[in-house]
Design a protein around this ligand. Structure first.
Ligand SMILES: NC(=O)c1ccc[n+]([C@@H]2O[C@H](COP(=O)([O-])OP(=O)(O)OC[C@H]3O[C@@H](n4cnc5c(N)ncnc54)[C@H](OP(=O)(O)O)[C@@H]3O)[C@@H](O)[C@H]2O)c1
Length: 262
């Protein structure tokens, strides 16, 4: 990729859903892109974004691995990254004791290990330059124990917390950290997590383009966090004053296998 006047954004999980819409917004706002996902569909996304008049490089890598994140980092070839949108992540439904541990580990390694590894590498470069924007896709799931989605909600509690902490550490460095906390959003997420037989898997959900716009705008303003949608704002405010045991029972109703209509 040749250097030019346009700033560069890296967007992870950009082949689908919220990440696709985030990458599109970056391109529409004049960012060149390096986009990453695990499957070849990332190349089709890249082709679509090139149509918006920016340079786009697609990286196929499993971002649950450090090697995958090294491959993505190397793709920038030393060009400064103005914006990192660390969005790749996935869920895993069903009861914890019934899950396959390799699948459990992949959730943790994607949502936490790979995410913070990439943020550390790119964040160091941003701090050295005294500028940069980091947007991390957390979730309102981080506010509640995720009965039948226990590990996923735990990863998002980590990410929400981590985001606020490093934002405070980077205060006055010129690097901003913003946490986008969506509620249930209409993407491939629930199918991939094997949750289509659940109430939350079947209910009406937010539009990923709206969610991404909320997050992108918050990142550009340098806000600390943003919950997308007023219903999710209300839900997260109530969660903060509700006992964890009550929240866990409420989550059961949304995520228990078979809780959706047959
Ligand atoms: N949908 C919701 O209700 C919701 C709510 C709150 C937060 N979120 C968060 O929003 C983010 C995006 O999810 P989404 O709803 O847009 O889901 P999605 O449509 O399934 O998109 C997920 C994206 O992440 C990529 N990805 C997942 N694991 C990866 C890995 N190990 N390595 C590389 N790429 C990987 C996927 O690419 P591949 O297909 O190539 O793996 C895809 O591009 C996630 O962090 C999720 O936790 C979602």
């Amino acid at each position: 990729m040749t250097t030019n006047a346009r700033p560069l954004a890296i967007v992870t999980g950009a082949s689908a859903g919220i990440g696709y819409e985030l990458a599109k917004l970056c391109a529409e706002n004049g960012y060149d892109l390096i986009i990453a996902a695990d499957e070849p569909a990332i190349n089709e996304a890249a082709q679509a974004f090139r149509g918006l008049g920016v340079e786009v490089e697609a990286v196929e890598a499993d971002l649950a691995t450090l090697e995958g994140n090294d491959k993505l980092y190397a793709a920038a070839k030393g060009r400064p990254v103005e914006a990192l949108l660390a969005n790749a992540g996935h869920g895993l439904g069903k009861g914890f004791l019934d899950q396959i541990f390799n699948d459990v580990r992949h959730v943790i390694d994607t949502n936490i290990t790979g995410t913070i590894y990439l943020i550390q590498k790119i964040g160091r470069d941003m701090r050295a330059r005294g500028q940069g924007r980091i947007l991390i896709t957390g979730s309102i799931a981080g506010f509640m124990p995720g009965t039948y989605q226990a590990v996923y909600n735990g990863t998002k509690a980590f990410i929400d917390s981590f985001s606020f902490a490093i934002r405070a550490e980077l205060k006055d460095t010129g690097v901003t950290v913003t946490c986008l906390m969506p509620g249930a959003t209409e993407t491939d997420f629930f199918e991939r997590a094997d949750m289509l037989d659940t109430k939350v898997g079947q209910q009406k959900k937010d539009d990923p383009a709206d969610v991404a716009k909320t997050g992108f705008d918050a990142m550009m303003r340098g806000d600390g966090d943003v919950v997308s949608g007023w219903q999710n704002k209300l839900q997260s405010a109530i969660a903060l004053i509700t006992p964890a045991g009550v929240l866990a029972e409420q989550h059961r109703k949304m995520a228990e296998p078979g809780s959706g209509e047959k």
